[in-house]
Write a protein of this length. Structure first.
Ligand code: CTP
Ligand code: MG
Length: 418
């Protein structure tokens, strides 16, 4: 079923479109369209659904790609080639994420068993008035509008172009035993990206020749080359990566700031000093006639550090993770809670950048214990000792800490993406 907004056959453009370019001094009126092949299985991604439907910074990859082309005023029509059994899913996704007036620009085509077949099906679905055709992998959602413009401009100038980037690394030919056979001269070697585009009649000619010869290529340029049609290079962009394997998704998420490289958190805690409790600070038991009151061991320094870590992760606070109504945490060694909190950071791929802690305590003198506390906290965070700095200060007998009624602690933490 095709919803009212998304058309799958007849196409009536909402506006007549004049592109801004000049070809041979004549004002060009060519209409541009793009085909987005999105019918692959994403086998190398090893996910439970094709990669184009996975979320990237809060949006499915396919939607990001569609929006990139919708933003470009020169693109008159977008044909998305999708697997037959995904038709309804894609329709619903588009309706949820794209405003109704823009849906008019989008057509769905039935994808095929290979990328080439999917693109060809998209090509056959293009409205007749589209004369300039781009093809862009749905799995390249980081495409920037500048590159789209460069490719359109390139097609007008050269007839057929692809976005490509020069190879930076030294190239090795390797045999089946993973042994180098030869170093390949990388001069003039480029990695092909998309968009790849051509004047419609050139792409049509390339398809006819490919069909005649039974030729299959992994991109449009291969077909154009096979037909003897020159294809020029437009400077691509490293960030215009194809999401192919799980690691690519992680990189794309970092590029979009979904998982920032650093995160900062602050923690504060205070506990009352009472008789008949041990005084435990930073995992160290300190000889003193009074100790801190609390449900756990009331280690105010470890608690401040835990709160700073949880804060950096956006994971609330210590009370949410270790409620004082839970008997499991009665008198517990807070270093175990710290281990757990830092484990959450490690699970999200963060390591300790550094932590700076201040204990506010009138008595006892803490200087002799600071180094051991540093060891204990660094150990619980599985981090080098140099990442933890602990200071102790008094408030010159002012306030509740100055009167010896309690001890408080501040912690600031910087977590770094490992
Ligand atoms: N594609 C397509 N139809 C196919 C195969 C691929 O439309 N039969 C699309 C993919 O959805 C993707 C683009 O072509 O947007 C590039 O292909 P690729 O990265 O190889 O994606 P998949 O084929 O889905 O992944 P894999 O090869 O790992 O299975
Ligand atoms: Mg593939």
């Amino acid at each position: 079923m095709v919803p009212s907004g998304i058309q799958d056959s007849a196409y009536s453009p909402p506006h007549f479109f004049y592109c801004r370019c000049q070809v041979s001094g004549v004002r060009c009126q060519q209409k541009a369209g793009v085909i987005l092949p999105a019918a692959g299985f994403g086998t190398r991604m090893e996910s439970n659904q094709p990669k184009q439907f996975l979320e990237l910074a809060g949006e499915p990859i396919l939607i990001r790609t569609v929006k990139a082309f919708l933003e470009n005023p020169e693109i008159h029509c977008i044909v998305v080639a999708v697997a037959a059994d995904r038709h309804e899913q894609v329709t619903a996704l588009l309706e949820q994420n794209i405003s109704p007036e823009k849906l008019d620009k989008i057509l769905l085509a039935r994808g095929g068993a290979t990328r080439q077949q999917s693109v060809k099906s998209g090509f056959d679905t293009l409205p007749g008035e589209i004369e300039l055709v781009l093809v862009h992998d749905a799995a390249r959602p980081l495409i920037r509008t500048d590159l789209i413009e460069d490719c359109l401009e390139g097609v007008r100038e050269h007839g057929a172009v692809i976005a490509a980037v020069p190879v930076n690394d030294t190239l090795k030919l390797v045999d089946t035993n993973d042994t180098i056979v030869q170093t390949i001269d990388r001069a003039g070697i480029y990695r092909a990206q998309t968009p790849q585009g051509a004047q419609r009649h050139l792409l049509e000619q390339a398809y006819q020749v490919a069909e005649r010869d039974g030729f299959t290529g992994t991109d449009e340029a291969s077909l154009l080359e096979h037909a003897g049609i020159p294809v020029a290079i437009v400077s691509g962009e490293e960030q215009n990566m194809k999401i192919t394997r799980p690691g690519d998704l992680k990189i794309a998420r970092c590029l979009l700031g979904e998982h920032p490289m650093i995160r900062i958190g602050h923690g504060f805690d205070a506990h009352r000093l009472v008789r008949d409790r041990p005084l435990i600070l930073g995992g160290e038991t300190i000889d003193f006639p009074m100790g801190l009151l609390g449900h756990s061991d009331a280690d105010v320094l470890s608690h401040a550090l835990i709160d700073a870590i949880l804060g950096a992760l956006g994971e609330g606070d210590i009370g949410r993770h270790f409620p004082d109504s839970d008997d499991r945490y009665k008198d517990i060694n807070s270093l175990h809670l710290l281990e757990h909190a830092f484990g959450l950071a490690a699970d999200k791929g963060y390591s300790m950048g550094n932590a700076d802690l201040t204990i506010i305590c009138q008595r006892p003198k803490l200087a002799p214990h600071l180094e051991q506390m540093q060891h204990n906290l660094a150990g619980a965070c599985n981090s080098p000792i140099t990442t933890i700095n602990i200071k102790a200060t008094t408030t010159e007998k002012m306030g509740y800490t100055g009167r010896g009624e309690g001890i408080s602690a501040h912690a600031v933490v910087l977590l770094r993406k490992a």
